[in-house]
Design a binder for this molecule. Structure first.
Ligand code: NAP
Length: 169
């Protein structure tokens, strides 16, 4: 059984990691789909698809999740929501269910006849990418408590915190 977990992961945080662990108890393999892969260097999407791949791959390795249990696949958005589920299907290995909470994502896959499952919410107040980006912009080091060590390392290596602050101006 293979599952698909779509997200922007801007950045990947402990909430996302908890969803991945939860999903891997239900499926043999998980496709982590990095959506909006064409986006980067903006306030809502500061990190490139490649940087997000590094964050996720390094984190799953940090947590000893075997690499044969997951795929990390970047995919640019398309302008037609009505065919997005088919667009996704044509770029990734076959999957049996979609794991996610985003209402548009759930609707589009349901309409395409794909089974969906909502993961629990994991401390959404803190494990929230918008909040984490806000803390980074405000130079508030509390963001480092909300993401895995591997994500901090990637962000520091690429000077992603400085990038975000400069985007805001
Ligand atoms: P995200 O904000 O990174 O979230 C990814 C998933 O993790 C969501 O299901 C989210 O639920 C869940 N999550 C986040 N924090 C959590 C926590 N603490 N506990 C439990 N679950 C948590 O990414 P997204 O914006 O949903 O990503 C959807 C992607 O699909 C985007 O790239 C979007 O552009 C793409 N998409 C593209 C098209 C198109 O190209 N036409 C159409 C639809 C979607 P919540 O939603 O509740 O935060």
């Amino acid at each position: 059984m293979r599952g698909l977990y779509p997200g922007r992961f801007q950045p990947f945080h402990y909430g996302h990691l908890s969803v991945v662990k939860w999903a891997l108890e239900k499926v043999d393999e998980l496709i982590i789909l990095i959506g909006s892969a064409q986006e980067s260097h903006t306030l809502t999407n500061p990190f490139t698809a490649g940087e997000r791949i590094e964050m996720i791959k390094n984190t799953l390795s940090e947590y000893d999740i075997p690499s044969n249990r997951f795929y990390i696949i970047p995919l640019p958005d398309i302008s037609m929501n009505s065919i997005w589920a088919y667009h996704v299907k044509s770029y990734v290995p076959r999957f049996h269910k979609v794991i996610g909470r985003n209402p548009l994502v759930i609707r589009l896959f349901k309409e395409a006849g794909v089974e969906t499952e909502n993961p629990p919410e994991f401390d959404r107040i803190n494990y929230n990418s918008t909040y984490i980006r806000k803390l980074i912009i405000e130079n508030d080091s509390r963001w480092k408590k909300l993401v895995p060590k591997s994500v901090i390392e990637v962000i520091e290596e690429i000077k992603g915190d400085k990038r975000l602050r400069e985007i805001v101006g």
